[in-house]
Write a protein that binds this ligand. Structure first.
Ligand code: NAI
Ligand code: PYR
Ligand code: K
Ligand code: MN
Length: 352
């Protein structure tokens, strides 16, 4: 029996409701496999933890995470208790950086039974490769003075290494998919980093002559993802642009509650982290109506990443069948509770 250790961090808000409730599905999948067993190390790191301890995670927390095979996270943030930049930089972004999860993969695709707000969504299926270690998410800068003299400076950081690494990953993915790659830029307004971004993209495009490439300014690209999402295959974007485009991708699918994300460590030194795109959804806490699909789809990505593609496939099949049968939460226009959706998916997997 192969033991796979998962660090489980429910985090805040609906993360606390969804994450623990989904573990039984992983257990059942492991039983079906017969050769593996998941061991969960659950950590209560959250904004409430911060209020009690003054930190989002303890000193030895990162070492514990780094010893696991993967990290399964819900969402971080409760702005009523802790300012968002403190809670996210103390946990979510800290883990992305210190576990060197340098790429963030976020798929968006048409799912039968999920009503897209688009009149004609067609059968879109695109995947955003988001730079996950630098860019606009940067600590370089500061604030000085006060009153009308007050100044805030925030520097974006674009290194050759990370830019090239992200783009190369995207080119390789495009190679395995439909051979089409779009770069999200804004070199008409941002005069240093984005022309650099475009230049690296051009250079790499020369190495991949079979990939059809295009650069779109982020404003136009945002509009295109609404007007013709089916025209896109792989999209490569900086940290912030990728963040924004993937909430948009989620909205175009039909709900932010279903979109998954995978924070990938490429050098094998540390585990990757799997979390839904959405946040802690403070407005629906405690109602039992949080959509668990984003969390379960990211679990599918985690299984694939761990080499358990067959189990990932079963889980995705159960997710899709459940939605198609109309077992959906309120955000998807349904009347089912979070637990009803999870239980239905669980029962389906047991029946396979
Ligand atoms: N990766 C992470 O951990 C992220 C954390 N956050 C944090 O989450 C908190 C709330 O941020 P918001 O900007 O409100 O974004 P959010 O994604 O939490 O919520 C946006 C809207 O989508 C809805 N929603 C989100 N997930 C849902 C689900 N699974 N089922 C049904 N409805 C869902 C919410 O009810 C809300 O109306 C903040 O503290 C923010 O910093 C935000 C985004 C990502
Ligand atoms: C914080 C956030 O929304 C993200 O990095 O996805
Ligand atoms: K999240
Ligand atoms: Mn986001």
């Amino acid at each position: 029996m192969k033991k796979t250790t998962l660090s489980v961090i429910p985090g805040d808000g609906i993360g606390k409701e969804i994450v623990p409730a989904t573990l039984k599905i992983l257990d059942t999948l492991a039983e079906i496999d017969g050769g593996i067993q998941f061991e969960y190390n659950q950590y209560p790191w959250s904004c409430e933890y911060y209020l009690e301890h003054g930190v989002m995670m303890p000193d030895d927390g990162m070492t514990k995470l780094q010893q696991s095979d993967a990290i399964y996270l819900g969402a971080v943030g409760n702005p009523k208790l802790v300012p968002d930049h403190i809670s996210l930089w103390g946990l979510l972004i800290k883990i992305r950086r210190e576990c060197e999860q340098v790429i963030n993969i976020r798929p968006a695709q048409y799912i039968k039974g999920v009503k897209s707000p688009l009149a004609e969504p067609n059968d879109f299926n695109f995947l955003v490769v988001r730079e996950n270690s630098e860019g606009e998410y940067s600590e370089v800068g500061g604030r000085i003075h006060s009153g009308s003299d007050e100044i805030a400076i925030q520097n974006a950081v674009f290194t050759r290494n990370a830019t090239e690494r992200t783009m190369r990953y995207a080119f390789e993915l495009a190679n395995k998919r439909n051979g089409q790659l779009t770069s999200a830029t804004k070199s008409n307004g941002i005069v240093h980093s984005m022309p650099f971004w475009d230049q690296v993209f051009q250079e790499l495009a020369g190495e991949y002559p079979d990939i059809k490439t295009q650069s779109n300014h982020i404003d136009a690209l945002a509009a295109f993802l609404v007007s013709k999402p089916d025209q896109f295959d792989v999209i490569v974007a900086s940290n912030l642009f990728g963040d924004i485009l993937t909430d948009l991708g989620a909205a175009v699918m039909g709900s932010i509650g279903i979109a998954p994300a995978a924070n990938i460590n490429l050098n094998g030194k540390y585990p990757s982290m799997f979390e839904p795109v959405h946040g802690s959804a403070p407005d629906i806490i405690g109602q039992g109506i949080a959509n668990p699909i984003g969390q379960l789809w990211t679990a599918k990505m985690m299984l694939d990443h761990l080499g358990l593609e067959e189990l990932g496939g079963l889980l995705f099949r159960a997710i899709k069948e459940t939605i198609a049968e109309g077992i959906k939460t309120k955000d998807l226009g349904g009347t089912s509770t979070m637990n009803e959706v999870i239980n239905h998916i669980h029962a389906k997997i047991k029946s396979y």
